[in-house]
Design a protein around this ligand. Structure first.
Ligand SMILES: [Mg+2]
Length: 239
């Protein structure tokens, strides 16, 4: 696949976001929530799983923004994202939300669905590049995901916001990652699915980037590279 390399590739270090970029967060999360929805007999309170999931999703997205802005804590986020939708349907026992949240954190990272072609692409890229992970998730959770899904073996370094003390898109996060690899900025490529955290983070620190948009969600941004399948990365890093 790399037989057409006539010159040294521009990049030496490829930094991959984890959730939604390599690890199929949505599939794994829905699978977990469906299991827990049954375990906690939520069908008695919600009209359907989808009704619960929509309320959870909307609320969870808001909380993650607050977490990135340091307006909430990890524990509070994991409580609120379940307590809010539960309380809307009359489940006001805080212990239920706490236990559900704990179960979610325990079960979800053990799921192993990956984005299409993730392993195939990493197998090829690892021959020519140093691969790293850059992720905003929780340390213990992200490490379990990497191990269980067999992704860990592909990466030299794993950068987790909780460990670094700064989250994407903060420049401090990207600066830490690049420096830790003894890399020059122009040798680095960021690959991620989130326009704010991954792409704006890369732009603000002056790094090249690839936006992975698997569902081809429309946007108005002018981007350096946009792909809908990880396979397309191979062509981009060749030159
Ligand atoms: Mg992501």
């Amino acid at each position: 696949m790399f037989s057409n390399f006539n010159v040294m590739p521009k990049y030496k270090h490829l930094f991959f976001d984890l959730d939604h970029t390599l690890w199929d967060f949505e599939t794994n999360s829905i699978q977990t929530l469906e299991e827990l929805y049954a375990k906690y007999h939520l069908g008695k309170s919600f009209g359907s799983f989808n009704q619960f999931y929509e309320r959870y999703e909307e609320n969870n997205n808001k909380l993650w923004i607050q977490y990135r802005e340091r307006k909430t804590t990890k524990a509070q986020l994991n409580f609120d994202r379940f307590y809010t939708p539960f309380s809307e349907v009359g489940i006001t026992d805080e212990n239920i939300a706490l236990n559900f949240g704990q179960d979610y954190i325990t079960v979800s990272p053990t799921k192993t669905a990956l984005m299409p072609n993730a392993i195939e692409v990493l197998e090829k890229l690892k021959l020519k590049f140093k691969l790293h992970v850059i992720t905003n998730g929780f340390r213990e959770v992200q490490n379990i995901k990497l191990k269980n899904s067999n992704l860990k073996q592909y990466f030299y370094k794993i950068f987790i916001s909780e460990t670094i003390g700064a989250s994407k898109p903060k420049t401090a996060f990207f600066e830490y990652a690049v420096k830790s690899c003894n890399a020059r900025k122009n040798e680095c490529l960021i690959i991620g699915d989130n326009l704010e955290t991954d792409i704006d983070g890369a732009i603000n620190f002056g790094l090249d980037y690839v936006f992975l948009n698997p569902n081809k969600v429309p946007h108005t941004r002018e981007l350096m590279h946009e792909i809908s399948d990880l396979k397309e990365l191979i062509e981009i890093v060749k030159s």
